[in-house]
Design a protein around this ligand. Sequence first.
Ligand SMILES: *Cc1c(COP(=O)(O)O)cnc(C)c1O
Length: 371
Amino acid sequence: MKGQRATIPLVNLTRQYESLRVEVMAAISEVLETKEFILGPHVRRFEEEFARYLGVSHVVGCSSGTSAISLALEALGIGIGDEVITVGHTFAASAGAICNVGAVPVFVDVESECYTMDPARLASAITSRTRAVLPVHLYGTPCDMGQISLIAADHGLKVVEDAAQAHGAALDGKRVGNFGDAATFSFYPGKNLGAYGDAGAVATNDDEVADRLRKLRDHGRRSKYAHDIVGYNHRMDGIQAAVLAVKLGRLESWNARRRALAARYDSALVARGFKVICPPPSVIPAYHLYVVEVGNREEVQSALEAGGIASGVHYPIPLGKQRAFAAFAGRGPSEITDRAAGRLLSLPICGELRDEEQDRVIDVFLATAQP
Ligand SMILES: *Cc1c(COP(=O)(O)O)cnc(C)c1O
Protein backbone atom coordinates (compact mmCIF):
# COMPACT_ATOMS: atom_id res chain seq x y z
CA MET A 1 0.00 0.00 0.00
CA LYS A 2 1.32 3.43 -0.90
CA GLY A 3 1.49 6.36 1.49
CA GLN A 4 3.20 4.97 4.62
CA ARG A 5 4.13 8.55 5.59
CA ALA A 6 0.86 10.00 4.37
CA THR A 7 -0.81 12.59 6.53
CA ILE A 8 -4.20 11.46 5.24
CA PRO A 9 -4.27 7.64 5.49
CA LEU A 10 -6.89 5.45 3.86
CA VAL A 11 -8.17 4.56 7.35
CA ASN A 12 -7.22 6.66 10.38
CA LEU A 13 -6.82 4.07 13.14
CA THR A 14 -4.71 6.50 15.21
CA ARG A 15 -7.52 9.02 15.44
CA GLN A 16 -10.03 6.25 16.06
CA TYR A 17 -7.94 4.90 18.97
CA GLU A 18 -7.69 8.35 20.53
CA SER A 19 -11.49 8.50 20.66
CA LEU A 20 -11.70 5.03 22.28
CA ARG A 21 -8.59 4.83 24.43
CA VAL A 22 -10.21 4.92 27.87
CA GLU A 23 -12.94 2.39 27.06
CA VAL A 24 -10.62 0.05 25.16
CA MET A 25 -8.02 0.08 27.93
CA ALA A 26 -10.68 -0.70 30.53
CA ALA A 27 -12.05 -3.54 28.39
CA ILE A 28 -8.60 -5.07 27.80
CA SER A 29 -7.65 -4.76 31.44
CA GLU A 30 -10.82 -6.60 32.45
CA VAL A 31 -9.75 -9.53 30.28
CA LEU A 32 -6.29 -9.46 31.85
CA GLU A 33 -7.80 -9.44 35.34
CA THR A 34 -10.13 -12.38 34.61
CA LYS A 35 -7.53 -14.35 32.54
CA GLU A 36 -10.30 -15.39 30.12
CA PHE A 37 -7.91 -15.20 27.18
CA ILE A 38 -9.48 -17.66 24.73
CA LEU A 39 -13.25 -17.96 24.04
CA GLY A 40 -14.93 -17.46 27.46
CA PRO A 41 -17.40 -14.80 28.65
CA HIS A 42 -16.06 -11.84 26.64
CA VAL A 43 -16.33 -13.79 23.41
CA ARG A 44 -19.83 -15.01 24.32
CA ARG A 45 -20.94 -11.48 25.11
CA PHE A 46 -19.61 -10.08 21.84
CA GLU A 47 -21.20 -12.95 19.89
CA GLU A 48 -24.58 -12.18 21.47
CA GLU A 49 -24.31 -8.45 20.85
CA PHE A 50 -23.20 -8.86 17.24
CA ALA A 51 -25.98 -11.42 16.62
CA ARG A 52 -28.54 -8.94 17.98
CA TYR A 53 -27.06 -6.16 15.85
CA LEU A 54 -27.23 -8.27 12.68
CA GLY A 55 -30.64 -9.72 13.52
CA VAL A 56 -29.41 -13.33 13.25
CA SER A 57 -29.86 -16.23 15.70
CA HIS A 58 -26.17 -17.13 16.05
CA VAL A 59 -22.75 -15.57 15.76
CA VAL A 60 -19.74 -17.84 16.23
CA GLY A 61 -16.49 -15.95 16.82
CA CYS A 62 -13.30 -17.29 15.27
CA SER A 63 -9.70 -16.42 14.49
CA SER A 64 -10.03 -14.49 11.19
CA GLY A 65 -12.25 -13.71 8.24
CA THR A 66 -10.44 -16.41 6.30
CA SER A 67 -11.03 -19.11 8.91
CA ALA A 68 -14.66 -17.92 9.09
CA ILE A 69 -15.14 -18.75 5.39
CA SER A 70 -13.54 -22.19 5.60
CA LEU A 71 -15.41 -23.01 8.83
CA ALA A 72 -18.71 -21.95 7.23
CA LEU A 73 -18.10 -24.04 4.11
CA GLU A 74 -17.07 -27.09 6.15
CA ALA A 75 -20.03 -26.72 8.53
CA LEU A 76 -22.31 -26.74 5.47
CA GLY A 77 -20.74 -29.97 4.20
CA ILE A 78 -18.62 -28.46 1.42
CA GLY A 79 -15.35 -30.32 0.90
CA ILE A 80 -12.98 -32.08 -1.45
CA GLY A 81 -13.72 -31.58 -5.15
CA ASP A 82 -16.88 -29.52 -4.62
CA GLU A 83 -17.14 -26.45 -6.83
CA VAL A 84 -17.81 -23.15 -5.09
CA ILE A 85 -18.65 -20.23 -7.37
CA THR A 86 -17.22 -16.86 -6.34
CA VAL A 87 -15.96 -13.75 -8.12
CA GLY A 88 -12.55 -13.03 -9.60
CA HIS A 89 -12.74 -9.46 -8.29
CA THR A 90 -12.19 -9.82 -4.52
CA PHE A 91 -9.46 -10.26 -1.92
CA ALA A 92 -7.50 -13.51 -2.30
CA ALA A 93 -8.88 -14.92 0.98
CA SER A 94 -12.35 -15.44 -0.56
CA ALA A 95 -10.85 -18.07 -2.88
CA GLY A 96 -8.04 -19.22 -0.58
CA ALA A 97 -10.55 -20.28 2.06
CA ILE A 98 -12.44 -22.34 -0.55
CA CYS A 99 -9.17 -24.14 -1.42
CA ASN A 100 -8.42 -24.64 2.29
CA VAL A 101 -11.38 -27.03 2.62
CA GLY A 102 -10.31 -28.93 -0.51
CA ALA A 103 -13.01 -27.36 -2.68
CA VAL A 104 -12.55 -25.79 -6.10
CA PRO A 105 -13.09 -22.04 -6.58
CA VAL A 106 -14.82 -21.09 -9.83
CA PHE A 107 -14.44 -17.42 -10.73
CA VAL A 108 -17.26 -15.55 -12.46
CA ASP A 109 -17.45 -11.96 -13.61
CA VAL A 110 -18.90 -9.06 -11.63
CA GLU A 111 -21.53 -6.61 -12.90
CA SER A 112 -20.47 -3.12 -13.92
CA GLU A 113 -22.54 -0.96 -11.51
CA CYS A 114 -21.26 -2.14 -8.12
CA TYR A 115 -18.54 -4.67 -9.08
CA THR A 116 -20.29 -7.50 -7.24
CA MET A 117 -21.27 -10.98 -8.51
CA ASP A 118 -23.29 -10.88 -11.74
CA PRO A 119 -26.24 -13.26 -11.16
CA ALA A 120 -26.41 -14.08 -14.88
CA ARG A 121 -22.75 -15.18 -14.84
CA LEU A 122 -23.44 -17.26 -11.75
CA ALA A 123 -26.35 -19.02 -13.47
CA SER A 124 -24.31 -19.96 -16.52
CA ALA A 125 -21.32 -21.21 -14.47
CA ILE A 126 -23.24 -23.88 -12.54
CA THR A 127 -22.34 -27.52 -13.29
CA SER A 128 -23.26 -30.86 -11.71
CA ARG A 129 -20.25 -30.44 -9.38
CA THR A 130 -21.32 -27.03 -8.05
CA ARG A 131 -22.28 -27.17 -4.35
CA ALA A 132 -22.13 -23.59 -3.10
CA VAL A 133 -22.00 -19.90 -3.97
CA LEU A 134 -19.78 -17.37 -2.19
CA PRO A 135 -20.96 -13.88 -3.16
CA VAL A 136 -18.76 -11.07 -1.79
CA HIS A 137 -20.29 -7.80 -0.56
CA LEU A 138 -17.24 -5.99 -1.90
CA TYR A 139 -16.45 -2.45 -0.72
CA GLY A 140 -19.44 -2.74 1.63
CA THR A 141 -22.06 -2.90 -1.16
CA PRO A 142 -24.49 -5.82 -0.74
CA CYS A 143 -24.71 -8.14 -3.76
CA ASP A 144 -27.99 -8.77 -5.59
CA MET A 145 -28.93 -11.44 -3.03
CA GLY A 146 -32.51 -11.72 -4.32
CA GLN A 147 -31.35 -13.07 -7.70
CA ILE A 148 -28.42 -15.02 -6.26
CA SER A 149 -30.61 -16.79 -3.68
CA LEU A 150 -33.21 -17.70 -6.31
CA ILE A 151 -30.59 -19.22 -8.60
CA ALA A 152 -28.95 -21.05 -5.66
CA ALA A 153 -32.30 -22.44 -4.48
CA ASP A 154 -33.13 -23.63 -8.03
CA HIS A 155 -29.92 -25.68 -8.10
CA GLY A 156 -29.81 -26.77 -4.45
CA LEU A 157 -26.67 -24.74 -3.72
CA LYS A 158 -25.55 -23.51 -0.30
CA VAL A 159 -24.97 -19.76 -0.01
CA VAL A 160 -22.21 -18.24 2.11
CA GLU A 161 -22.03 -14.43 2.11
CA ASP A 162 -18.48 -13.07 2.36
CA ALA A 163 -19.36 -9.98 4.41
CA ALA A 164 -15.76 -9.18 5.44
CA GLN A 165 -16.19 -5.64 4.08
CA ALA A 166 -19.86 -5.11 4.90
CA HIS A 167 -20.49 -4.95 8.67
CA GLY A 168 -23.82 -3.17 9.04
CA ALA A 169 -24.65 -2.91 5.33
CA ALA A 170 -28.28 -3.73 4.54
CA LEU A 171 -30.48 -4.85 1.66
CA ASP A 172 -34.29 -4.61 1.59
CA GLY A 173 -34.33 -3.58 5.26
CA LYS A 174 -32.21 -6.53 6.48
CA ARG A 175 -28.55 -6.46 7.37
CA VAL A 176 -26.14 -8.63 5.40
CA GLY A 177 -25.61 -11.84 7.32
CA ASN A 178 -29.26 -12.85 6.80
CA PHE A 179 -29.20 -13.78 3.12
CA GLY A 180 -27.49 -17.15 3.02
CA ASP A 181 -26.98 -20.37 4.95
CA ALA A 182 -24.12 -18.56 6.68
CA ALA A 183 -22.26 -15.27 6.43
CA THR A 184 -18.66 -14.55 7.31
CA PHE A 185 -17.08 -11.43 8.80
CA SER A 186 -13.47 -10.34 9.21
CA PHE A 187 -12.39 -8.09 12.08
CA TYR A 188 -8.97 -7.39 10.59
CA PRO A 189 -7.95 -4.03 12.13
CA GLY A 190 -8.69 -1.96 9.00
CA LYS A 191 -12.22 -3.31 8.44
CA ASN A 192 -15.30 -1.23 9.37
CA LEU A 193 -15.42 -3.18 12.64
CA GLY A 194 -11.80 -4.01 13.42
CA ALA A 195 -10.09 -5.81 16.30
CA TYR A 196 -6.58 -5.13 17.61
CA GLY A 197 -5.26 -8.28 15.99
CA ASP A 198 -6.83 -11.06 13.90
CA ALA A 199 -10.44 -12.09 14.46
CA GLY A 200 -13.51 -13.16 12.49
CA ALA A 201 -17.01 -14.56 12.88
CA VAL A 202 -19.68 -16.62 11.17
CA ALA A 203 -23.35 -15.61 11.39
CA THR A 204 -26.15 -18.10 10.77
CA ASN A 205 -29.84 -18.62 11.45
CA ASP A 206 -29.41 -22.42 11.48
CA ASP A 207 -29.04 -24.02 14.94
CA GLU A 208 -27.28 -27.15 13.67
CA VAL A 209 -24.82 -25.21 11.55
CA ALA A 210 -24.04 -23.03 14.58
CA ASP A 211 -23.43 -26.12 16.68
CA ARG A 212 -21.03 -27.57 14.08
CA LEU A 213 -19.24 -24.22 13.82
CA ARG A 214 -18.69 -24.08 17.59
CA LYS A 215 -17.18 -27.56 17.50
CA LEU A 216 -15.10 -27.06 14.34
CA ARG A 217 -13.41 -23.88 15.64
CA ASP A 218 -12.34 -25.63 18.87
CA HIS A 219 -10.87 -29.08 18.13
CA GLY A 220 -14.27 -30.62 17.46
CA ARG A 221 -15.09 -30.46 21.15
CA ARG A 222 -18.41 -31.13 22.82
CA SER A 223 -16.78 -30.70 26.24
CA LYS A 224 -13.21 -30.37 27.50
CA TYR A 225 -11.99 -33.87 26.55
CA ALA A 226 -14.89 -35.16 24.43
CA HIS A 227 -14.16 -34.62 20.73
CA ASP A 228 -17.12 -35.30 18.42
CA ILE A 229 -15.47 -34.38 15.12
CA VAL A 230 -12.03 -33.46 13.84
CA GLY A 231 -11.77 -29.72 14.20
CA TYR A 232 -9.28 -26.87 14.20
CA ASN A 233 -7.86 -24.25 16.48
CA HIS A 234 -9.69 -21.29 14.94
CA ARG A 235 -10.82 -19.67 18.21
CA MET A 236 -11.38 -16.00 19.04
CA ASP A 237 -9.35 -14.33 21.81
CA GLY A 238 -11.01 -12.65 24.78
CA ILE A 239 -9.04 -9.44 24.27
CA GLN A 240 -10.24 -9.14 20.67
CA ALA A 241 -13.85 -9.76 21.72
CA ALA A 242 -13.61 -7.09 24.44
CA VAL A 243 -12.22 -4.54 21.97
CA LEU A 244 -14.88 -5.47 19.40
CA ALA A 245 -17.68 -5.05 21.95
CA VAL A 246 -16.53 -1.47 22.59
CA LYS A 247 -16.25 -0.70 18.89
CA LEU A 248 -19.61 -2.31 17.99
CA GLY A 249 -21.29 0.52 19.91
CA ARG A 250 -19.77 3.01 17.44
CA LEU A 251 -20.27 1.07 14.21
CA GLU A 252 -23.57 2.72 13.22
CA SER A 253 -22.21 6.25 13.58
CA TRP A 254 -18.95 5.36 11.80
CA ASN A 255 -20.90 3.82 8.91
CA ALA A 256 -23.19 6.86 8.73
CA ARG A 257 -20.11 9.09 8.51
CA ARG A 258 -18.70 6.87 5.74
CA ARG A 259 -21.97 7.28 3.79
CA ALA A 260 -21.89 11.06 4.24
CA LEU A 261 -18.30 11.16 2.98
CA ALA A 262 -19.21 8.92 0.03
CA ALA A 263 -22.05 11.28 -0.89
CA ARG A 264 -19.60 14.22 -0.85
CA TYR A 265 -17.14 12.32 -3.07
CA ASP A 266 -20.02 11.31 -5.37
CA SER A 267 -21.21 14.82 -5.98
CA ALA A 268 -17.71 16.14 -6.68
CA LEU A 269 -16.63 13.27 -8.95
CA VAL A 270 -19.81 12.46 -10.86
CA ALA A 271 -20.08 16.12 -11.91
CA ARG A 272 -16.70 15.68 -13.60
CA GLY A 273 -17.67 12.52 -15.44
CA PHE A 274 -16.15 9.86 -13.19
CA LYS A 275 -17.75 6.42 -12.74
CA VAL A 276 -18.42 5.71 -9.05
CA ILE A 277 -20.62 3.13 -7.32
CA CYS A 278 -24.30 4.13 -7.26
CA PRO A 279 -26.03 1.41 -5.23
CA PRO A 280 -29.76 0.79 -5.87
CA PRO A 281 -32.25 2.37 -3.40
CA SER A 282 -32.88 -1.04 -1.76
CA VAL A 283 -29.30 -0.96 -0.45
CA ILE A 284 -27.65 0.70 2.55
CA PRO A 285 -23.95 0.39 1.81
CA ALA A 286 -21.19 0.32 4.45
CA TYR A 287 -18.51 1.96 2.25
CA HIS A 288 -15.59 -0.07 3.56
CA LEU A 289 -13.76 1.43 0.57
CA TYR A 290 -14.59 4.32 -1.73
CA VAL A 291 -13.59 3.42 -5.28
CA VAL A 292 -13.65 5.41 -8.50
CA GLU A 293 -12.63 4.45 -12.06
CA VAL A 294 -9.72 6.42 -13.49
CA GLY A 295 -7.88 6.22 -16.79
CA ASN A 296 -4.47 7.31 -15.43
CA ARG A 297 -4.25 5.53 -12.09
CA GLU A 298 -0.48 5.59 -11.52
CA GLU A 299 -0.31 9.30 -12.25
CA VAL A 300 -3.15 10.02 -9.82
CA GLN A 301 -1.57 7.87 -7.11
CA SER A 302 1.73 9.74 -7.48
CA ALA A 303 0.00 13.12 -7.29
CA LEU A 304 -1.93 12.05 -4.18
CA GLU A 305 1.21 10.67 -2.57
CA ALA A 306 3.08 13.91 -3.28
CA GLY A 307 0.22 15.71 -1.53
CA GLY A 308 0.51 13.47 1.54
CA ILE A 309 -2.60 11.47 0.67
CA ALA A 310 -2.78 7.67 0.72
CA SER A 311 -4.64 5.74 -1.95
CA GLY A 312 -5.02 2.07 -2.74
CA VAL A 313 -5.88 -0.44 -5.46
CA HIS A 314 -8.41 -3.09 -4.49
CA TYR A 315 -7.54 -5.28 -6.33
CA PRO A 316 -4.98 -5.00 -9.11
CA ILE A 317 -4.83 -8.67 -10.23
CA PRO A 318 -8.02 -10.70 -10.87
CA LEU A 319 -7.89 -13.96 -8.89
CA GLY A 320 -8.17 -16.01 -12.08
CA LYS A 321 -4.85 -14.48 -13.14
CA GLN A 322 -3.02 -15.05 -9.85
CA ARG A 323 -0.30 -17.71 -9.79
CA ALA A 324 -1.83 -19.16 -6.61
CA PHE A 325 -5.08 -19.93 -8.42
CA ALA A 326 -3.60 -20.90 -11.78
CA ALA A 327 -5.20 -24.35 -11.48
CA PHE A 328 -8.67 -22.80 -11.23
CA ALA A 329 -9.59 -21.05 -14.45
CA GLY A 330 -12.57 -18.75 -14.43
CA ARG A 331 -15.79 -19.73 -16.15
CA GLY A 332 -17.24 -17.34 -18.71
CA PRO A 333 -15.98 -13.86 -19.65
CA SER A 334 -14.11 -11.62 -17.19
CA GLU A 335 -14.43 -8.27 -18.95
CA ILE A 336 -15.73 -6.24 -16.02
CA THR A 337 -13.31 -7.90 -13.59
CA ASP A 338 -10.37 -7.02 -15.85
CA ARG A 339 -11.62 -3.48 -16.32
CA ALA A 340 -12.12 -2.99 -12.57
CA ALA A 341 -8.65 -4.36 -11.80
CA GLY A 342 -7.10 -1.95 -14.28
CA ARG A 343 -9.06 1.19 -13.44
CA LEU A 344 -10.35 1.29 -9.85
CA LEU A 345 -8.67 3.54 -7.32
CA SER A 346 -9.53 3.65 -3.58
CA LEU A 347 -9.60 7.06 -1.88
CA PRO A 348 -9.42 7.69 1.89
CA ILE A 349 -12.65 6.99 3.77
CA CYS A 350 -13.33 6.17 7.43
CA GLY A 351 -15.38 7.41 10.37
CA GLU A 352 -12.64 9.84 11.38
CA LEU A 353 -11.96 11.58 8.04
CA ARG A 354 -12.74 15.32 8.28
CA ASP A 355 -14.49 17.40 5.63
CA GLU A 356 -11.46 19.64 5.11
CA GLU A 357 -9.21 16.60 4.63
CA GLN A 358 -11.62 15.14 2.11
CA ASP A 359 -11.71 18.48 0.27
CA ARG A 360 -7.92 18.24 -0.09
CA VAL A 361 -8.23 14.72 -1.48
CA ILE A 362 -10.89 15.86 -3.96
CA ASP A 363 -8.80 18.86 -5.10
CA VAL A 364 -5.67 16.81 -5.77
CA PHE A 365 -7.70 14.04 -7.40
CA LEU A 366 -9.61 16.35 -9.75
CA ALA A 367 -6.43 18.22 -10.71
CA THR A 368 -4.87 15.03 -12.10
CA ALA A 369 -7.41 12.30 -12.75
CA GLN A 370 -8.97 11.49 -16.11
CA PRO A 371 -12.22 9.49 -16.32
C1 LIG B 1 -10.43 -9.08 4.71
C2 LIG B 1 -11.14 -10.01 3.83
C3 LIG B 1 -11.14 -11.40 4.05
C4 LIG B 1 -10.23 -12.08 5.02
O1 LIG B 1 -10.26 -11.65 6.31
P1 LIG B 1 -9.03 -11.89 7.30
O2 LIG B 1 -9.61 -11.52 8.63
O3 LIG B 1 -7.93 -10.98 6.88
O4 LIG B 1 -8.64 -13.33 7.22
C5 LIG B 1 -11.94 -12.19 3.24
N1 LIG B 1 -12.69 -11.65 2.26
C6 LIG B 1 -12.69 -10.33 2.00
C7 LIG B 1 -13.56 -9.81 0.90
C8 LIG B 1 -11.90 -9.46 2.75
O5 LIG B 1 -11.90 -8.15 2.47
